[in-house]
Design a protein around this ligand. Structure first.
Ligand SMILES: Nc1ncnc2c1ncn2[C@@H]1O[C@H](COP(=O)(O)OP(=O)(O)OP(=O)(O)O)[C@@H](O)[C@H]1O
Ligand SMILES: [Mg+2]
Length: 420
């Protein structure tokens, strides 16, 4: 009888418990402390792989169905859609449940404990503006934990967990702001250090915007035009042209939507576009991507390009590129740092607005904040740091563990093996 702390992230998942009052993360795959939130239904081996093994199988070209970013689908109607995978009719709640069940089994094998309860992270807002959808997302996730075999699940706002894990970064009386920029959401918690190892949470706030939105923006700006997005399509009758409709390209640039593009309707639409295209070469690439199911390969290439272009000019990365060799051998697309910064600045401003709104909601000025605590993989983006420094000019910046701060806090609150 024990509680497992789980940070089920859009991009990465981690699990942990407390041992002697300190968080202990549970290796979920080899020695790694985090696991890519990904599944791969391998049609040849007839099994579901998760984590890095899932991504490896995809990139090795194994035949199957890959999915990443499933958390973004929580609360949408797609969650209840059923499809046949390896001979079973599954909805997406089942798929999330199976992923969580693997995490549970692995954690039990690693610790020798039985986890009948979970303390799960949740974004402050799964969906920024839509309350009904936001509530449905939590219902969906709760149901997935149930189907995964947990008798009970409690939820904690992800940035509050990060605040607990990083409370020692504040001096007594200090006002801290957790800035958790993840794959799917940006989450904020304003808190005060009491001085007795306790904190007071003053306010939490969040928006549905994260690193996968950076990826989408870069893909739409750099990659999708090469596949025909925005190009002229002749009308079937007469000499007029129109612009290729954006829906397919938008979905192809969106991690969670990619698996839905490989049906016959999308292929048919792409074939039509190709037939009447002013630049048939570009639309031929779209057809190749759909035929060979290269959507995720492109998404990984964009993400890797983003991380390289964000890096501090180390040797060999002077001219960052997106590797699109899956489209054409050795092909790359330039991703200049300045272009990327400009391109992503609008999104960073929205994140900055949300961070400031957190202080506003608590009736405090940005100048009152003493420390910014940066966590989440996308807090490593230079555009995010610049934006937040400008918004909170008086605050000192503290970097928490980018990928594990949330699970550390959840582990601490979940307790350990002494709990009944
Ligand atoms: N070195 C890096 N530089 C820039 N971005 C990075 C870096 N490493 C990871 N990222 C980005 O961070 C994001 C993943 O961060 P993280 O694991 O914190 O998200 P998550 O917890 O899975 O998502 P969420 O909390 O939003 O559900 C991805 O978009 C990834 O591209
Ligand atoms: Mg996260």
């Amino acid at each position: 009888m024990a509680t497992l702390g789980i940070d089920f992230g859009t991009s990465n998942t981690a699990a942990g418990i407390a041992v002697d009052g300190a968080p202990r993360l549970i290796p979920l795959e080899a020695e790694a402390q985090t696991l890519p939130t990904a599944v791969f239904f391998d049609f040849e081996a007839r099994e579901m792989r998760i984590g890095a093994a899932a991504s490896d199988a995809l990139l090795a070209g194994a035949e199957g169905r890959y999915m990443r970013g499933l958390k973004s689908l929580l609360g949408t109607r797609l969650m209840r859609e059923r499809r046949v995978l390896l001979g079973e009719r599954l909805d997406f709640i089942d798929i999330v449940a199976r992923f969580l069940a693997r995490v549970k089994t692995q954690a039990e094998a690693a610790t020798g404990l039985h986890f009948d309860r979970a303390l799960s992270g949740r974004p402050v807002r799964f969906h920024s503006a839509d309350d009904a959808r936001d509530a449905q997302a939590l219902t969906d996730l709760r149901e997935a934990y149930g189907r995964a075999g947990f008798d009970h699940v409690d939820f904690m706002n992800e940035p509050e967990a990060a605040a607990i894990a990083n409370r020692a970064a504040l001096r007594p009386g200090d006002l801290g702001l957790v800035i958790d920029i993840g794959g799917g959401t940006s989450d904020f918690t304003l808190f005060r250090q009491r001085g007795n190892d306790e904190i007071d949470i003053l306010e939490s706030h969040g928006i549905r915007l994260g690193g996968t939105d950076f990826d989408r923006s870069l893909s739409i700006g750099r990659v999708m035009p090469q596949l025909g997005m925005g190009s002229e399509i002749r009308h079937a009758f007469g000499g007029d042209t129109h612009i290729a409709p954006n829906a397919i390209f938008n979905d192809l640039a969106t991690w969670a939507k990619i698996p839905f593009l490989y049906g016959p309707e999308t292929r048919k639409a792409a074939a039509e576009l190709h037939k009447f295209a002013e630049h048939p070469k570009r639309l031929a690439r779209l057809i190749k991507v759909l035929d060979e199911e290269l959507g995720h390969d492109l998404a990984f290439a964009v993400e890797a390009g983003k991380i390289r272009a964000n890096g501090a000019g180390e040797a060999g990365d002077a001219d960052p590129v997106i590797d699109v060799s899956m489209l054409k051998p050795r092909a790359t697309l330039p991703l200049p740092r300045d272009w990327m910064r400009k391109r992503l600045s609008k999104l960073a401003v929205q994140m900055g607005d949300a961070a400031e709104a957190t202080a506003q909601k608590a009736g405090l000025a940005p100048e009152a904040v003493d420390r910014l605590i940066f966590v989440g993989g996308s807090s490593l983006m230079a555009v995010v740091e610049e934006e937040m420094r400008a918004r909170f000019p008086r605050a000192e910046l503290h970097r928490g563990a980018a990928l594990t701060a949330i699970v550390e806090g959840l582990a601490l609150r979940a307790g350990g093996d002494e709990r009944g």
